[in-house]
Design a protein around this ligand. Structure first.
Ligand SMILES: Nc1ncnc2c1ncn2[C@@H]1O[C@H](COP(=O)(O)OP(=O)(O)OP(=O)(O)O)[C@@H](O)[C@H]1O
Ligand SMILES: [Mg+2]
Length: 276
């Protein structure tokens, strides 16, 4: 079977899917019929006000944006509830048992205390992970490269995959929200690797050139039929590939996916630098 490449913007090849509005950073299942470019066109119509005939569309789009924000909040609330809140409730129970042991069995208390300390450490780690997934603080403080280095190392440890991170070109900070965009695309591509690829190895290569930056995420997993998958994204409610494309387009870049059943997958994002 021939290797299939699919491109989004910045390509002469038409994309096989119509990319619809799915805001960056949002993992919600809601999808509107309103594209990002529709929204941009309305805004660019003589300044910042939408055209009169666009009023209804604009209101609909706003409503959908609010709905998506609400769903994202629900997801975060659920993660907090199932993760740190649950762990802390368990810690309180454990502390009560320790309290009782103080009189009854001080010897056992020492052993149980070690266990308790372990649980506290785990709860702390869980909370840190949640914060990191929401928005890694190192992204703003130290930049994309140290953040990716940490993320990829932890990702490999967590999922038992061998990982490599290569940086080509001159290491430097990138402008605007470009670092955030590249981080989210890499994060989603790697999430897909552990969710779908059954890979042994994942490799991320970042290439910083004077006029463009590219990131390639490659795995040696089972691969997939890109054209067939993209044709069914809406039906199957898959948001990952769509959101990666949307993010790349927001930075005037392009996303390409190369995969072949049985031969692994390569996701490549390229973003132009310079005049923006
Ligand atoms: N690295 C990969 N290896 C194998 N299959 C992949 C890989 N990346 C994506 N896929 C396939 O493409 C499909 C679409 O991916 P996409 O990220 O859009 O959705 P998803 O991961 O299923 O759900 P989500 O909306 O949570 O991201 C996946 O369901 C999977 O079948
Ligand atoms: Mg996905």
């Amino acid at each position: 079977m021939a290797t299939s490449w699919r491109r989004s913007s910045g390509s002469s090849e038409p994309s096989s899917i119509t990319t619809r509005w799915s805001p960056a950073g949002v993992t919600s299942r809601t999808r509107s019929n309103f594209s990002l470019s529709d929204l941009q066109r309305m805004y660019s119509n003589n300044g910042s006000h939408p055209a009169p005939d666009g009023d209804k569309q604009f209101r609909d789009a706003s409503r959908q944006v609010f709905q998506i924000i609400e769903e994202e909040r629900m997801r975060i609330a659920r993660d907090m509830h199932d993760g740190p809140a649950q762990s802390m409730a368990n810690l309180v129970l454990q502390a009560e048992i320790l309290e009782r042991l103080l009189d009854r069995n001080p010897k056992q208390l020492v052993t149980e205390l070690a266990e308790f300390k372990n649980s506290v450490r785990n709860a702390l780690e869980e909370t840190r992970q949640l914060i990191f997934d929401l928005r890694p603080m190192t992204l703003d403080d130290l930049g994309l490269i140290p953040t990716l280095r940490k993320f990829i190392k932890e990702y490999g440890d967590r999922y038992g995959l061998s990982t490599r991170f290569n940086v080509v070109g001159q290491e430097r900070r990138l402008p605007g929200n470009m670092e955030g965009v590249l981080f989210r695309i890499t994060q989603e591509a790697l999430t897909n690797v552990h969710k779908h690829a059954r890979a042994k190895m994942a490799e991320v290569t970042m290439n910083l050139q004077p006029t463009r930056v590219t990131v390639v995420v490659k795995d040696d997993g089972q691969g997939f039929d890109v054209a067939r998958t993209e044709a069914n994204l809406h039906k199957n409610k898959n948001l990952g590939l769509l959101s990666m494309r949307e993010r790349a387009e927001l930075e005037k870049g392009a996303l390409e996916i190369r995969s072949q059943p049985g031969r692994g997958t390569e996701v490549k994002v390229e973003i132009p630098l310079g005049k923006r």
